[in-house]
Design a protein around this ligand. Structure first.
Ligand code: SAM
Length: 288
């Protein structure tokens, strides 16, 4: 039950308003020394946002993301990411470690990675996921109560300094100053970004001959290397069939947000045979 994990790990938290340490006595809220109070929901997550944030990442989108995840669409990606982490950082994961997923969505990637790493290394891992979308965190907390889930902004996290052995950041925005503050000195940052051909069949169907018809992650990789020292970059490339899940694929990706309705409808009517998954995983550590 996540509430117990939160109590056991209460030292991990600091108030996102004043930065003071936090306490929880009644398992109903987390309160800082200046009495800023954040509710611990019955569903087992903490909401650290001062006011709700309106976002396009809603319940329907996360439900579709979960269906696509459960169909195995991301399995090759998570296998290769786990292998890379074990190859590059295995010796770091012998004691109890903490992994933060910053921008965790509905939580499946974090749960899968923990399961893969525990299986391969026997490491004792406490997972922590944060996302600005309450809907995503609610879905995550329901399915994976063994991890700690927080509605929070990754640019102003509710964590004390040097907390995490690893920060995961999958297809989500980054805040390198904040990651640098909360990662341990020898911690690892794992960022996954789309490659040039990620979901290229959808991109082409929606945006052919427009300025959104192509994509490059060059700028994102450059920014990462300005802020963290790169240990490895690996491309993950495979194709999947998504016949009966085409509607969920379309709904789960922000690529659909700017597309014309008739182009979306055409994809739903005619389907796509194969879809390309092209991602770059970047592993980094703090600069010395
Ligand atoms: C494309 S989704 C990826 C979600 C998840 N990592 C996955 O791969 O399924 C991007 C996520 O970043 C989250 N996000 C965007 N801005 C954020 C912020 N400032 N703080 C925390 N999460 C944020 C969104 O709510 C959304 O869940």
């Amino acid at each position: 039950m996540a509430k117990i994990e939160i109590k056991e790990n209460i030292d991990m938290f600091r108030c996102p308003i004043c930065g003071k340490r936090m306490e929880t006595d009644d398992l109903k809220s987390i309160v800082c020394l200046n009495k800023h109070c954040f509710d611990l929901s019955k569903k087992g997550y903490v909401n650290f946002l001062l006011s709700p944030v309106k976002t396009d990442y809603d319940k329907k989108m996360f439900a579709s993301r979960r269906i696509i995840f459960d169909s195995g669409f991301f399995d090759p990606m998570m296998e290769q990411v786990s292998e890379l982490i074990i190859e590059k950082a295995h010796n770091k994961y012998v004691d109890k470690i903490k992994i933060l997923d910053a921008g965790c969505g509905e939580g499946s990637h974090l749960a899968q990675l923990i399961s893969n790493l525990c299986g391969e290394t026997g490491a004792n891992i406490q997972g922590v996921g944060i996302d600005i979308s309450k809907e995503g965190i609610q879905i995550a907390a329901r399915k994976y109560p063994e991890s700690i889930w927080c509605v929070a902004n990754l640019a102003k996290t509710p964590f004390t300094d040097k907390q995490f052995n690893m920060i995961l950041n999958i297809l989500s925005p980054s805040n390198y100053a904040e990651f640098n503050r909360i990662i341990k000195e020898d911690g690892i940052l794992v960022k996954i970004v789309p490659g040039d051909n990620y979901l290229k069949e959808l991109r082409s169907a929606f945006y052919k001959q427009t300025d959104k018809g192509t994509y490059s992650n060059e700028r994102v990789v450059k920014l990462f290397s300005d802020k963290f020292e790169i240990l490895a970059v690996r491309q993950i490339l495979y194709t999947m069939t998504v016949k009966e899940n085409i509607e969920h694929l379309v709904k789960m990706t922000p690529l659909s947000w700017g597309a014309a309705d008739e182009k979306i409808q055409k994809v739903l009517d005619y389907g796509l045979n194969n879809i390309t998954v092209d991602l770059s995983v970047i592993l980094g550590k703090k600069k010395s």
